[in-house]
Design a protein around this ligand. Structure first.
Ligand SMILES: C[S@@+](CC[C@H](N)C(=O)[O-])C[C@H]1O[C@@H](n2cnc3c(N)ncnc32)[C@H](O)[C@@H]1O
Length: 455
């Protein structure tokens, strides 16, 4: 019988063979870890993505299996250094300083001078990162970007990055995500234990303890002095949006089946990036993008003025201020959809949002929720996901798939008292708000389609 270790090795071998043959088929070499990232034709290829996931899942499981348990738990227990280190590097613009360094690299004294940090101390932070394959130490105390660190380069000149907090993350969604996670979210995560153990009265989320505020993170972003954080978050979200292949939204519902001029409402839609995708494919529909006042008045208006002003003039797209906790003003829409909204909210609040849509719906209205499905780390008979991966991999592929979702789950709890949900939790959520789950399209983001529940 094959041992678990040998089974894991064969998963890795066949995955590597699949990757190498896909790259050979395109006449290109597999990208080197030492080279800066450049987009390639196979980056989103489904076969490559799936082989990569299996390799990553198996490699992590091999490490957990063969590594002495003491080392495993010590690495986990000291993992707080990772967000602290990568967050600092991004905050003081180290990847930007290394942008053109090439294989020769830059001595840490020079990096330190440019980013205003003592070189010797900075070297320790960069070495921690290089030891974990984020940047490379090419000679003692000389560093350069590698594939992962190169994607953290921002778009503005160094002097502007240092002097203008507001524009610092514009056009740099990945640096913005890391900035948000290693600052707003990192500090909140420290309070997760207190929040769960003590359940302090009237505190919505660990975020409120960490930042000593009663406000929701959305209102907090708007407070004087925090505007740059709000702008960083918007930049981070724009990257989050672009991360998803448009196919998820185009195929997530049978939009073609809707009659001409049917109204589709993007609830909590931010600037309306999903609507922009859908409008291109389904110009026979009318769209409404709803969000809070500032988002609509400032950001969404600017976004559409740049992206497709004609759609606004033609009335194909309407931007509407709508608090989703208030009565929904657009009645009897063909479809109400929410992307990455419900996971921000606790179950009672989510039910309230969905009930407001149910109250506005016609008997034929549909509700579509684009969110992740929380995959259990073990087999689940009520799963809409793909068939289970080969043994002995975890059912959710460990960090390769479940890693991101479980991390988002704690992130939404720490910042918002939100949560990622399993299929049965989504079904129950809909039911409590008067919606019946009709179908689920699994994927990087699942599309849950609900109809009005008449039972
Ligand atoms: C995580 S973002 C998702 C945005 C968008 N659906 C997307 O996928 O890009 C959550 C959105 O909910 C909006 N939001 C928060 N509270 C809201 C409320 N009470 N009513 C309407 N929108 C709200 C935020 O302004 C933000 O744009």
């Amino acid at each position: 019988m094959t041992s678990p270790l040998s089974a894991l090795v064969s998963i890795i071998s066949s995955g590597v063979e699949a990757l190498e043959s896909a790259y050979a088929g395109q006449g290109i070499a597999f990208p080197s870890l030492d080279e800066p990232f450049r987009p390639g034709p196979l980056d989103k290829d489904p076969g490559v993505v799936s082989a990569t996931r299996l390799i990553v899942a198996a490699a992590h499981q091999i490490i957990a299996t063969v590594r002495p348990p003491l080392e495993v738990v010590l690495e986990c227990g000291s993992a707080m250094h990772m967000p602290a280190a990568i967050g600092l590097a991004v905050d003081v613009n180290v990847p930007d300083v290394l942008k053109d360094a090439g294989p020769e690299g830059v001595h840490v004294d020079e990096i330190g001078r440019k980013v205003d940090i003592d070189g010797e101390r900075l070297a320790r932070v960069l070495r921690y990162l290089a030891t974990r394959h984020i940047s490379k130490e090419v000679k003692p105390n000389v560093f350069t970007n590698n594939r992962p660190s190169s994607i953290l380069v921002k778009t503005r000149p160094l002097e502007e990055l240092k002097s203008n907090k507001m524009t610092k993350y514009d056009g740099a969604p990945l640096a913005a995500i890391i900035g948000h996670m290693t600052d707003d979210a990192l500090r909140s995560s420290v309070y997760m234990g207190t929040y769960l153990k003590d359940a302090p009265h009237g505190v919505n989320a660990p975020f409120n303890l960490a930042w000593n505020t009663q406000a929701s993170i959305w209102d907090w972003f708007e407070e004087p002095g925090n505007e740059w954080r709000g702008r960083r978050f918007i930049n981070a979200m724009s990257g989050g949006g672009e991360r998803f292949p448009p196919k998820i939204f185009i195929d997530g519902f049978d939009w073609k089946s809707l009659k001409d001029d049917s109204v589709v409402v993007d609830v909590g839609g931010s600037v309306g990036t999903v609507v922009l995708t859908l409008l291109k494919e389904f110009p026979h529909l009318k769209f409404v993008v709803e969000d809070l006042n500032k988002v609509i008045e400032e950001r969404a208006t600017k976004f559409w003025a740049e992206q497709d002003p004609q759609a606004i003039l033609d009335g194909r797209v309407t931007l509407k201020v709508q608090d989703f906790f208030e009565t929904q003003a657009v009645k009897q829409a063909a479809v109400y959809f929410l992307r990455l909204v419900i996971h921000d909210w606790s179950t009672p609040k989510s039910i309230q949002i969905l009930k407001n849509l149910r109250d506005a719906a016609s008997p034929t209205s549909k509700l579509v929720i684009f969110d992740s499905i929380m995959p259990y780390a073990c087999a689940d008979s009520d799963s809409a996901g793909p068939p289970p991966p080969p043994s002995p991999l975890l059912a959710n592929l460990g960090v390769a798939l479940g890693g991101f979702i479980t991390s988002m789950d704690l992130g939404t709890m720490n910042l918002l008292n939100g949560q990622e949900r399993s299929l049965s939790q989504f079904r129950a959520l809909g039911k409590a708000a008067g919606w019946k789950l009709e179908s689920v399209k699994p994927g990087m983001l699942a599309a849950f389609q609900f109809a009005v529940d008449t039972e």
